[in-house]
Design a protein around this ligand. Structure first.
Ligand code: PAF
Length: 273
């Protein structure tokens, strides 16, 4: 496994290989969710590149950039074990200059849900993903469905900027009790972890109601909010796959999304119906 920090070295190395490239961008603190992205890339591509870069521009001033878990050595071992071909591990100075061209999230989809409470977050995500895709120039890039809004915006960006990459959506990986894997789960105490289960339980309830032919969004949201009590809710939304508000669930075209604060940790989860 090659570990490369320099942008030009990586570009030259990958160009010479002339292979189908699968790319998994990450901010490190790798867990089984990342491994499933890597696994899918390995299945579909000749060469898998993982980037580990805690992108400062997607954190707001009062967010957890400073305490975001950094585990480069463990992450490298995990990548090696998973059969990754190249780990790209740049420094902030390799990715950002002093006076940056900016890329902004779209006005509608970029400013609902996460975009509403974290203004500027998606500008940072799109900016860094655009840069990383330009550096790696992959055939396929893998993103988790857990960050559904991020996935939606990146797919839109790739289409609208006419990028030669296929964005692949990969299913959320969960603990056996339902908790969606996230690098932020390590902040949870034992008690908070139990409380956090209300998030997946509320999503399962939404799915159960739809299976029982309840499609009314208001009714489903009400039932979910009841389960989520007393967590502090960022949002509970039921949208179509284009991230538009709907009044009724359409099977095959709906995402149910929750953001909740557990202790001081913001957790996201969703289910695709
Ligand atoms: O999902 C993440 O880990 C990050 O938002 C990403 C896509 C690696 C960009 O920094």
């Amino acid at each position: 496994m090659k570990i490369i920090s320099d942008v030009n070295e990586l570009k030259t190395y990958l160009r010479k290989k002339n292979k189908t490239i699968g790319f998994v961008p990450t901010m490190g603190a790798l867990h089984d969710g990342h491994l499933s992205l890597i696994k899918q890339s390995k299945k579909e591509c000749e060469l898998t590149v993982v980037s580990i870069f805690v992108n400062p521009t997607q954190f707001l001033a009062d967010e957890d950039l400073d305490k975001y878990p950094s585990r480069d050595e463990a992450d490298k071992k995990i990548c090696k074990f998973a059969g990754v071909d190249v780990v790209f591990l740049p420094q902030v100075k390799d990715i950002y200059g002093a006076d940056e061209v900016s890329l902004a999230a779209p006005n509608v989809r970029g400013f609902v849900l996460e975009g509403a409470t974290r203004p500027g977050h998606f500008d940072g995500v799109l900016t860094v993903v655009n840069k990383l895709l330009n550096i790696v120039n992959p055939d396929f890039a893998y993103f988790g469905k857990k960050d559904a809004q991020q996935l939606n915006l990146i797919t839109l960006m790739a289409k609208q900027l006419f990028m030669d990459v296929q964005i692949v959506a990969v299913d959320t990986v969960r603990e056996s009790d339902g908790l969606a894997l996230s690098s932020r789960n390590i902040y949870l105490s034992k008690e908070q972890r139990k409380e956090a289960l209300k998030i997946s339980l509320s999503l399962y309830e939404a799915s159960r109601m739809v299976q029982k032919d309840v499609y009314d969004v208001a009714m489903i949201k009400e039932a979910m909010l009841e389960i989520l009590k007393p967590l502090e809710i960022g949002y509970v939304e039921i949208l179509n796959r284009e991230f538009e508000i709907v009044e009724s669930v359409e099977i095959g075209n709906t995402i149910v999304l929750v953001e909740a604060l557990v202790g001081t940790t913001r957790l996201l989860d969703n289910i695709w119906l």
